[in-house]
Each structure stands twice: as C-alpha cells, then as structure tokens.
Design a protein around this ligand. Sequence first.
Ligand SMILES: [Fe+2]
Length: 272
Amino acid sequence: MIRGSDARMPNAQSRHRSERGHRLFTDIHCHCLPGLDDGPVVMDQSLALCRSLLEEGIGCVVATPHQLGRFDGSNDAANVRETVSQLNGRLTDAGIALKVVPGGEVRVDERICELLKADKVLTIADAGRYILLELPHDVFIDIEPLLRDLDSMGVRAILSHPEKSASLLGNQQVLRGWLDRGVRLQVTASSLAGALGPQIEKVAWGLLGSGWANIVATDAHDVGLKRPEMRAAFKRISTRLGVKVATLFCIDNPSRVVAGQDVVAYRQEVHR
Ligand SMILES: [Fe+2]
C-alpha cells in the first residue's frame, strides 16, 4: 500500500525558517543517503553533503535514491526509510539542523503502480501524492498508460530534469498533453548555471520562463561536481524572473510537494 505518512509530515514541514528568520528552501530531489546509489558511499560523505545542503539554505530535503532501472532489486522502500532514519539520527548527533524525508527517483517502468501498492517504491516524502519519475534521456517513452494508472491511485508524476531529455523535448505536443493532465516538471538548479552545457542551460530557462516547469531542486550527489546549487539558482531566477517567481520555484512549490499539496503554476503566481 502507499503510505500517507501523516506521522512524518509535521517534521517535513517543521523547518520553514532559519534561526535568523529567513525562509528555508525545500529540496525535493537529492541523492544524500549513504551506500544506496551513485550518491555518497559512506555516512561521513552523506553528512558532508547534508552540511552543504544546510549551508545552501535548505531546511528540508527529500532523499531520492534511484529506484528501478539499474538499481532494480535494491533500494526498496523499507531500506530507504531505514537509511533516512539512520541519517536523521546522525544529523541530530552532529548538530546539523536539516530534516531528511524519504523518497525516490523512480525510473519509468510498467510495474510502478504494482510496486507502489506493494510498498516497494516510494512517493515523495512518503506522502502518497507525488512520485518523482526519471525518463530515459535518449529514447522517448509514452507514459500515458502509467499516468492513467497513477491517476487512479491519486498519485501525480513529477518528471526529474526534463531539460536533459532530448527525446522528451522532441515530443513537445505529447509533453504538453501530460502537463494538461497534471504532470509537473522539476528543473535542476545547476542546469541554470550551465553546469551541463549551454544547450541544457537554455532549455532549462525556457522551461521555467514558459511556465512549463514550476519546481527547482538540486539533484545533488556530492560536494564536488554534483554539489547542491540552490542559492545560486535562486539568485539567478530572482534576477531574470523576479524574487516572487524564484520563491515560488525554490521554496513554495517544493514545500507544497512535500506536504502533498497542489503546485502553483508560474503564470498563476505572476498574474495574481
Ligand atoms: Fe537524480
């Protein structure tokens, strides 16, 4: 069954502001758990990444280890929850005021609904409302049947870093149809700075500026090349699109996702 983890939600939402009263970012996509995927190998590396997330102004992070695809058969929901619990314990011991909640970056697979029902793959923050889906970058897969099945379970899809998927962007009409039926898009913070090349940077800005994408997350894996860059992304978006929009993408919408609430579209916010 899908867990609607009411017991976990207050914690997920409990750190909205820093001690100085600044609003904190929520990061819905981060590979911060040790030894599960291509993120940190050991706990000390996880703690270093979490320290870096906190320095970036993030108060709550969804741990999203890869599920299915090349990690099929490992990283099941129980294992992820247990590792999140261990990490939160170590964060408390180390005085790192970051809250980690469970999730997954789930490779598109026809078994997803079945695995959700069997409690093997995770929704974001274990809240039963959104699932973070990873599509292949080079091959186009029509996820319409999956979206229909997810719909029937009350689960909405958020596609991770669509700016990296040439195959998806080559099928814009189909993508538009998915958006109309409730799919949401998450752009990666470092894409906005050109970390993945000028073409991906351009596409990332196009997705945010057009209102097709409404959520920014770090997709951080380490404190090196794949480090979290939320603060820089917030500044860049503030400069180009305004502080209100940057707040929507980096603070309000991510925290709505964690709370299982509806994401607000850019155009709605701008024209309000
Ligand atoms: Fe990722």
